[in-house]
Design a binder for this molecule. Structure first.
Ligand code: FES
Length: 153
């Protein structure tokens, strides 16, 4: 009888040990999972920006110093310019306070009427308050077609 009781006591402690071990492993796994998702939420994985070439014009419609406006895929005004050497594409948003720049073909530069900012035909800020060049799009010319790389949204 005593022997049976001791055996029963051993089984109970073994069960307790297994239950405690399982519970501890469950808690550790749960905390690990929570920490993983918590860190992933706070520090999201960096996404590679994807670009798509979009047809925005043709070379034949852009004489030297000619320009053509287009709207990018975020609804912002942009402009193609043939500077005589190559075709470039820029945002029309001034880098000072966001007014719309205009291409002045006869002077071969961009002008921002808000605070008299100037950018050259390569989009570089050359006078006035704009702190940096116009944002530029990558241009690809295939045959007569002009494609601009637009970031997928
Ligand atoms: S917004 Fe263009 S110069 Fe100020």
């Amino acid at each position: 009888m005593t022997e049976k009781k001791e055996k029963s006591g051993d089984e109970l402690s073994r069960r307790d040990f297994l239950a405690n071990t399982a519970m501890t492993l469950g808690v550790v796994a749960s905390l690990g999972t929570s920490a993983y998702y918590g860190i992933r939420y706070l520090v999201p994985a960096k996404k590679e920006a994807k670009f798509t070439d979009v047809l925005v014009g043709t070379v034949s419609e852009l004489p030297v110093n000619g320009a053509k406006e287009f709207i990018d895929n975020q609804g912002k005004k942009a402009i193609l310019v043939n500077n005589g050497k190559e075709i470039k594409a820029f945002s029309k948003i001034c880098t000072h306070l966001g007014c719309e720049v205009e291409w002045q073909a006869e002077k071969k530069h961009f002008f921002c009427p808000c605070h008299e900012g100037f950018f050259d035909a390569n989009g570089k800020n050359i006078a006035g308050p704009p702190p940096r060049p116009l944002n530029e799009y990558k241009v690809t010319v295939k045959d007569d077609n002009i494609f601009v790389a637009l970031k997928e949204v």
